[in-house]
Design a protein around this ligand. Structure first.
Ligand SMILES: [Zn+2]
Length: 462
């Protein structure tokens, strides 16, 4: 029976763990020195080895033949833990057992001494899925630790773990595994299996796994199931990872480099017709640009095509600019119900010359707006002059208006006129809008007056 690579090549010692050297060394040394805590929390992205590490640790602390903190993997206890048949090592998936009852049950049973092993170990995976009640029950358990009982909690979402729990556990952070480390591990496995491969195929699978070894191995498994001749081909890897074929991407970038929008759009069409998602395409494009930069600055070239070498002639500044635009385009593509349109718009932009736009403040205001402002100034001057005349005859105005509020309101409106005018001069581009506002305010000014005053001022309105 075929055994999945992920199971077959699951690391069985700290030494074998890929890309988590700090965590592996610390746990191994703790075990070697017999310093076992009551509770641990392993956090990090999915597929980075958290549960594998938990099982290795459980074995190591219980193995009677341990060497330098490593389990022997050969004794009855090690073998039983590997198979998952030792009753002292209890694995719980909090995603499916997230209730209070389950954790109370754990709490009750954890007080019994281990039967065969030295330490009873509870491994609670996806611990962030526990309900609040279950977290409280777990907290009680952690607050009153039982001798020889160890809790190893694992989570992909550290921020969802209550602070009360965090303060009771020893924490270990698992990192995304580097693409180069994943690729090396895949090559090592295929060598062991006696299977050959295209180097570029492994690069593509490793990249697609985005830091998770479990994903990488499951993609490799799929590739193997599609390969009939004990050889992992680039075309198979492309098909499975949904990556745009390197050739299409090479051609696309060549046309972007030469600013040939029509041809680049044709490449995009081909890519789209092959059923590739536009999000995937834009992501691959970002990686391509990033690779250009890396090789330009002395990094290894993982691309083998002539087009890639030619695209290396792109000036660094333009690559930075392209990366910025693709990043922006990717956001639009992701959020739009019409991703292709956005991909096309992005393509056209990528072929355009970078335009240096002058800051808005340097732009001279259009002549007709300046003329309007000048007219407004004249109107305000007239208004002020007439105001002066009015205030020199206060008694008559009051008598004529019979509205004690009128003058006060009048003054307020003048302020409004001034402020609008001020704004108009500071921001010529809004002058037209402000002109309308001023005219409206003008109406208020007129309306606030009565009789003779109104008649006097009406003449000044144009
Ligand atoms: Zn052993």
């Amino acid at each position: 029976m075929y055994q999945a690579l992920y199971r077959k090549y699951r690391s069985q010692t700290f030494e074998e763990m890929v890309g988590q050297e700090v965590v592996a060394t610390t746990l191994r040394q703790a075990n070697e020195q017999g310093k076992i805590s009551h509770a641990y929390l392993f956090s990090g992205p999915r597929g980075t080895g958290k549960t594998s590490a938990a099982k290795i640790f459980a074995k190591a602390m219980n193995c009677p033949n341990q060497v330098a903190g490593e389990p022997c993997n050969d004794c009855y206890i090690c073998k039983a833990i590997t198979e998952g048949s030792l009753e002292d090592i209890i694995e719980i998936d909090a995603a499916s057992n997230n209730g209070v009852d389950e954790i109370r049950d754990v709490r009750d049973k954890s007080t019994y001494a281990p039967s065969l092993a030295t330490y009873k170990v509870y491994i609670i995976d996806e611990v962030h899925m526990l309900s609040t009640g279950a977290f409280n029950a777990l907290l009680k358990t952690l607050e009153e630790p039982t001798e020889n009982v160890v809790f190893i909690l694992a989570t992909t979402e550290l921020h969802k773990i209550p602070a009360t729990i965090l303060s009771r556990v020893q924490r270990f952070e698992f990192k995304s595994i580097k693409t180069i480390d994943i690729k090396r591990h895949l090559a090592w496995i295929l060598d062991k299996e006696g299977i050959t491969y295209d180097d570029e195929a492994l690069s593509m699978i490793a990249r697609r796994a985005e830091g998770g070894m479990r994903d990488a191995l499951s993609i490799l498994d799929q590739a193997l199931s599609l390969s009939s001749n004990q050889h992992v081909e680039l075309a198979t890897a492309e098909e499975i990872t949904g990556s745009i074929s390197l050739r299409a991407l090479d051609d696309y970038m060549t046309h972007i480099r030469e600013r040939r929008a029509t041809e680049a759009l044709q490449n995009l069409e081909t890519i789209f017709d092959n059923g590739k998602s536009m999000t995937r395409f834009a992501t691959d494009l970002l990686h391509y640009l990033r690779d250009l930069l890396m090789v330009q600055t002395g990094g290894d070239n993982t691309h083998s095509s002539q087009e890639f070498l030619e695209n290396l002639t792109l000036p660094k500044e333009r690559i930075f600019h392209l990366i910025e635009q693709v990043t922006k385009g990717l956001e639009d593509i992701k959020s739009s119900p019409q991703p292709k349109i956005y991909a096309e718009m992005m393509t056209i932009r990528l072929t355009e010359e970078e335009v240096q736009t002058a800051p808005a403040s340097d732009t001279p205001a259009p002549a007709h707006l300046l003329q309007q402002i000048s007219n407004l100034e004249q109107e305000v001057q007239k208004l002020q002059a007439q105001l002066g005349q009015l205030s020199s005859q206060p008694v008559e105005v009051k008598a004529a208006s019979r509205k004690p509020q009128a003058k006060k309101k009048y003054r307020l409106d003048t302020n409004k006129v001034h402020s609008i005018l001020q704004e108009a001069m500071e921001n010529p581009s809004q002058a037209r809008e402000n002109l309308t506002r001023l005219q409206n305010a003008w109406g208020e000014v007129i309306e606030s007056l009565s009789g003779a005053d109104k008649a006097l001022l009406m003449q000044s309105r144009r």
